[in-house]
Every structure is written in C-alpha cells, then in structure tokens.
Design a protein around this ligand. Structure first.
Ligand SMILES: [Cu+2]
Length: 143
C-alpha cells in the first residue's frame, strides 16, 4: 500500500515537473509581459509565432507614430505590407509597442528613442505597452 502511494506521488512529481518546464518554455513572452523592460527584448527574439508577420526593424520607417506619456498617437495606425511602423517615444517614461499576440515588439524606448516594426502580412494587430498595460493601440496592415 505504502509503495503504491509513494509510486504515485513520484508520478505526480514527474508529471508536474514535465508540465511546468514545457509551459515555461512555451510562452515566455506573455508570462513576462506584465513585468517590465526586459520583456520586449525576449519577446522580440523568442517566439516566431506572431513574429512571422512582424519583425523588429531599427531605423526610420514609412509610417510614423509617437508614444507620449501614456498613449500611442495615433492609437489606430494604418500601414501596408512591407512598411515599417516606427514609434518614437516623446514622453518621459520608458515605453514600448508589443503585439498582444506576442512574438514581436519594439525595444523599450527611453525618451527620444525610436524603434520600428516591419509587417510582412496583412492583418489587424492589437498592441500595447508591456510596462503600462493600459496603453493600447491597433495596427491595421493592408495588402
Ligand atoms: Cu508605456
């Protein structure tokens, strides 16, 4: 009896260990999205899921948007496939623009810094600032 209990406890331990390690590697972006600055770096490089349609593109873009404290301007951005949407932080606080779906986002921008996102597929891409989750916007990419 005791051996069966010990054996099944061992199974549970094994299963939960396997479970937590696979969950940990599957979605690091969304898990850390609420936290802060380092999230954008890992989100940009980590998950190619939504990133297939979007990649970080430094330099100037064909569509300009600004990030003020604490809103995106405009919040509804329109672009075409192949465009780089460049965000410039004109506020004092650090901000970023990260797709809600994960896998793609700007680096965290200090005041005056800019970073862009290049889109390779049409679609509607809601995004937010991972530092201030109330900051939201949508990028609509047309063909
Ligand atoms: Cu922000």
């Amino acid at each position: 009896m005791n051996r069966r209990i010990i054996a099944s406890l061992g199974m549970v331990a094994l299963m939960s260990a396997a479970c937590s390690s696979s969950a940990g590697s599957a979605a690091p972006a969304s898990a850390s999205a609420g936290s802060a600055a380092p999230a954008s770096a890992s989100a940009a490089s980590a998950a190619p899921a939504a990133g297939a349609a979007c990649s970080e593109a430094t330099g100037t873009g064909t569509v300009a948007a600004s990030i003020k404290d604490f809103e995106f301007q405009p919040a509804a951005i329109t672009a075409k496939v192949g465009d780089v949407v460049t965000f410039t932080n004109t506020g004092v606080a650090p901000h970023n623009a990260t797709l809600d779906a994960g896998g793609c986002g700007t680096k965290t921008l200090q005041k005056g810094e800019a970073d862009g996102l290049r889109f390779t597929a049409a679609g509607t891409y809601p995004f937010h600032c991972t530092i201030h989750s109330q900051m939201k916007g949508t990028i609509t990419v047309g063909a």
